[in-house]
Design a protein. Structure first.
Ligand code: DSN
Length: 417
């Protein structure tokens, strides 16, 4: 691995090795993470990185783009076929940039946009005051029903009627249940607006057809190509035919300039891989593992937000265990289980403390873990929660976690070249 860097920059080479070692020996359960395949790593570092090009196939601003044209066209066709979409744009640098591309395509400064509150499971780019987009558009937030902890579609409908948004955003970063995209589209369209589904977290599950797709209902569908899609750090957008031209102009020159062609190459590979039976089997296991985790943790006395999960995310309310998200995150990190603290709906703690944590099952499923291993992880988590500051307890749990992860290599095909 990194044979040239090893000679020219041993210090940096050692850090990459250290990170590989950390990932190899930790149970990675951050819901936005996945393990990039050897092919994705290879393509992310391939010679397309040398090429600067802007624009779209057949209409570039730089010479020498013929091969890039072929590669981008291949990706667009694969994306359209995989997701059964009218149009695809593979250029966004990330899920956030994909969202900015749609905003650039359809919004004018001051337009009203409805997005889910960040602390109810939305995303920074959906109208958080901390994100610079909130300076340009009039974001209005909707949230979850306090009782059901599901999206409050009645509130969404009322806000849409009153505020007539140009765009409604459905999707987020910490919502463990299915989204009724058909209903969200009806609400958006009857208010005279458009629906953008942000399926950043669930794109792999949608690609594998193990959960319903927003594509038939939403005008635009954005996603990041990491997370369940298991690809490189990039973004993608799908849209209905009438919006294709506006979308492409929104992405370039609206939101980005030159394309990261090497990352695009990795996305193109993922679009083929995501249609394979083995990818579908992994995504099925992601769902089974998340359901098993929610069930096991409930059995251990944790409260699962939303009553369970329909995707790869389990969101826990830790108040029943009388610990904060930060304390639990830090104790689990010590033990070798990597998760993140997360605000829960109607949280009274600050964002850097939180009353909850978010756990994801993509990476462990990719490594081959199934329900028995998930049950063991839940058991360790419960032991950690019982005494998160007891060094002896944490050392015992660490040994258990290490024993478990050692059976599931990060790269089972052999060491990275
Ligand atoms: N939105 C952040 C997350 O879900 O973790 C980064 O992708």
């Amino acid at each position: 691995m990194l044979k040239h860097t090893r000679l020219s920059d041993p210090e940096l080479y050692r850090l990459v090795g250290e990170e590989l070692d950390r990932q190899e020996h930790n149970i990675e359960m951050i819901a936005s993470e996945s393990t990039e395949s050897e092919e994705v790593l290879e393509l992310s570092g391939c010679v397309f990185a040398n090429k600067t090009t802007e624009g779209y196939p057949g209409a570039r601003f730089q010479a020498g783009s013929q091969v890039a044209d072929k590669m981008e066209r291949l990706g667009i066709e694969r994306a359209k076929a995989l997701f059964e979409a009218d149009h695809a744009n593979l250029q966004p640098y990330s899920g956030s940039t994909a969202n900015y591309g749609v905003y650039a395509a359809v919004l004018k400064p001051g337009d009203v946009v409805l997005g889910m509150r960040l602390d109810h499971g939305g995303h920074l780019t959906h109208g958080s005051p901390a994100n610079f987009m909130s300076k340009f558009y009039d974001f209005v937030s909707y949230g979850l029903n306090r009782e059901t902890e599901l999206i409050d579609y009645e509130e969404l409908e009322r806000l849409a009627r009153e505020r007539r948004p140009k765009l409604i955003i459905a999707g987020g970063s910490a919502y463990p249940r299915l989204i009724d995209y058909e209903r969200a589209a009806k609400i958006a369209h009857s208010a005279g607006g458009l629906l953008m589904a942000d399926m950043a977290h669930v794109a792999g599950l949608v690609a594998a057809k193990v959960i319903p797709s927003p594509v038939p209902h939403a005008d635009f569908v954005t996603f990041s190509t990491t997370k369940t899609f298991c690809g490189p750090r990039g973004g993608m957008i799908l849209c209905k035919a009438p919006h294709a031209r506006a979308l492409d102009r929104g992405v370039f020159p609206g939101a980005i300039s030159s394309i990261h062609l090497n990352i695009m190459a990795a996305k193109v590979w993922c679009l083929k891989n995501a249609a394979s039976p083995s990818f579908k089997a992994t995504m099925e296991q992601v769902l089974k593992n998340a359901a098993a985790l929610a069930e096991e943790l409930t059995r251990h006395g944790f409260r699962v937000i939303g009553g369970g999960t329909d995707n790869h995310i389990v969101l826990l309310d830790l108040r029943s265990k009388k610990i904060t998200g930060k304390l639990f995150q830090d104790a689990l990190e010590y033990v070798g289980i990597t998760i993140n603290k997360n605000m829960i709906p109607f949280d009274s703690e600050k964002p850097l403390i939180t009353s909850g944590v978010r756990i994801g099952t993509t990476s462990v499923s990719q490594r081959g873990m199934k329900e028995p291993e998930i049950s063991r992880i839940a058991w360790i988590m419960n032991r950690v929660a019982a005494a998160p500051e007891d060094k002896g307890n944490l050392e015992d749990c660490k040994a258990e976690a290490l024993k478990l992860i050692a059976q599931f290599p990060l790269y089972p095909r052999g060491p990275l070249e």
